[in-house]
Design a protein around this ligand. Structure first.
Ligand code: FMN
Length: 213
């Protein structure tokens, strides 16, 4: 019997309440404040999140990514435009993003639509990356099945082509911007009476509702 394998693992979440009157009217502001708290708490990879996409057949898939920028329109991340996630975004641009800051007992769920950022923004970010990261992302056919040794060969070939290290951004690698249509902020509270607030976009305003835990 493995039913109770983790049944005894219980952490009490004793935190200050997330009160309605403390919420920023704009969820992007609330999100930035929580992200700043995660950075200030020295969490490892405070900008990591799980992006879920949906395939053509309706099956979901999820993977961890790093948030690299905040624009007025939304959240920016970078990846390979030929990867599985990119193919799925191509047919269904609605996605969900999940940030979990476990030591703070906080979670944020974001849903919205993804579009590519402009090539200049991708160029700028690509150029700002360490040289090894530039080579790695330019060489890797992300999500493809590869033979043993194939990646090393692709990397060596690319390095031989650009011995000065100035590998340009490939057209198949760049940024996406997730424009949120909803946010949910979750703060762990005592005795599992957690605080949840959801922001839903209505026109240019945001409606805020408390959700039951
Ligand atoms: C902490 C962490 C951060 C990651 N950051 C990124 C990222 O910013 N961009 C990216 O393309 N993959 C990133 N990855 C790898 C992805 O999780 C995933 O393996 C890859 O993007 C391929 O996903 P796909 O086949 O669903 O397209 C990260 C993985 C981890 C664990």
């Amino acid at each position: 019997m493995t039913v109770d394998r983790f049944g005894a693992l219980r952490t009490e979440y004793v935190n200050a309440p997330l009160a309605r009157d403390s919420l920023a009217p704009d969820p992007a502001q609330q999100f930035t404040a929580w992200l700043d708290d995660a950075v200030a708490a020295n969490l490892e990879e405070p900008n990591a999140f799980v992006l879920s996409t949906v395939g053509e057949d309706g099956a979901p898939s999820a993977r961890t990514l790093l948030l690299k920028g905040l624009q007025p329109e939304g959240l920016v991340f970078y990846t390979n435009y030929r990867s599985r996630k990119a193919r799925e975004i191509g047919t269904e641009p609605r996605v969900s993003a999940l940030f979990l800051w476990l030591p703070l007992h906080r979670q944020v769920r974001i849903e919205g639509r993804v579009t590519k950022v402009d090539p200049e923004t991708s160029d700028q970010y690509f150029a700002s990356r360490p040289v090894d990261s530039r080579f790695a992302s330019a060489a890797s056919p992300q999500s493809d099945v590869v033979d043993e040794g194939q990646l090393e060969q692709l990397l060596d070939d690319l390095k031989a082509r650009y011995p000065d290290g100035n590998v340009p951004r490939p057209a198949h690698w760049g940024g996406y911007c997730l424009e949120p249509s909803s946010y949910e902020f979750w703060q762990g509270r005592e005795a599992r009476f957690h605080d949840r607030f959801r922001y839903l976009k209505s026109g240019s305003d945001w409606r805020i509702d408390r959700l039951a835990p």
